[in-house]
Design a protein around this ligand. Sequence first.
Ligand code: DQA
Length: 151
Amino acid sequence: MLAHNRIAVLHGVNLDQLGRRDPAIYGDLDYDRLTQRIGEFASELELAAQFFQTNFEGDLVEHLHRVHDIADGIIINPGAWTHYSYAIRDALEIAALPTVEVHLSDIQNREEFRRTSVIGDICLTTVSGQGVDGYRPALEALRDHLATAAN
Ligand code: DQA
């Protein structure tokens, strides 16, 4: 088991509304079932996932200010903040933890404004368009990074 295996799984604006959003784009899991599934992936990979979701940008910023004390890595799906929040980007830089960006939908093949991610270049990698299943390769990438960093 990895010594540093605590993963903060962070969801931003409107992701608590999964289940009410277009299932053709976002799948049919609601937020609770999404986090349950991510928790199962994490357990299979011997990672300890903890979850946080908010619709308030400042709450996510403040969570990122504290996350260093409770996690070794971050999975983040910021929702629409992905495309314009320099505040979230700056807070992620302050957190200074290895981070993987995840999107349920394929942000490169939707509306033009979704093609820009203001956090992509400070993340280890981005997984997009694989629905809930995309959180598994995201967790694997973090686990591999944490394992290498430990040696
Ligand atoms: C999303 C993609 C964003 O463009 C959108 O605003 C979301 C969800 C996704 O998971 O596909 O709220 O991050």
